[in-house]
Design a protein. Structure first.
Length: 187
């Protein structure tokens, strides 16, 4: 563990990754965009034995997927509270409503996990499919320290390998979707 600098809790900066590009090698969007760190904390409007799309849960939140971001970050790209946004990186795309708040630090966006694509999710301009889930921009990275000892600490679980959430260490690009860009894919 000491060889990998893992003997004490240590800050490690996010891995540097390329943004999402289209087939022509050009940026996927020409509108204003902002690059933020992406976190996925536990969903606040659900509980483990019941999905969030039950009537009691639907009355407690905004009725669809939403991404939180700092009010000053949002203002730099013209995003206001409840605007539609498209959040992406090379791993995937999310289309959701913006929750703009001073309670988040600058440079960070987060989306509560367990927001499935079952309610109020329009299509993405990038993928031409329904906007993704909180997992869409994430990718699993197995850390070498998870292999130490052979004590079965590296075990498979849905979207998890091992004891850490290091696949949540991502960066995303966020852009505002204009009203005419919100496509419900109903044709």
């Amino acid at each position: 563990m000491q060889e990998f600098g893992e003997d004490l809790p240590t800050f490690k900066a996010p891995l540097r990754k390329a943004a999402f590009y289209n087939k022509d090698g050009q940026p996927a969007s020409t509108t204003q965009e902002i690059k933020l760190r992406y976190l996925t904390p536990h969903f606040k409007w659900s509980y483990h034995s019941t999905y969030y799309d039950t009537l009691p849960m639907l009355t407690l939140f905004r009725g669809g997927p939403h991404v939180w971001m700092n009010n000053k970050d949002a203002a730099t790209v013209g995003i206001r509270d409840n605007d539609w946004l498209e959040m992406y990186n090379r791993n995937g795309v999310v289309v959701a409503r913006a929750v703009v708040s001073h309670r988040l630090p600058r440079g960070v966006a987060f989306m509560y996990h367990v927001q499935d694509r079952t309610i109020n999710v329009p299509g993405s301009k990038i993928t031409k499919e329904r906007g993704g889930t909180f997992n869409s921009p994430t990718r699993i990275h197995v850390k070498p320290t998870q292999m130490i000892g052979g004590y079965a600490q590296l075990s498979y679980g849905f979207n998890y390998y091992g004891p850490t959430g290091n696949q949540r260490d991502e960066q995303v690009v966020i852009r505002k979707l204009e009203r005419n860009e919100v496509d419900w894919l109903e044709d």
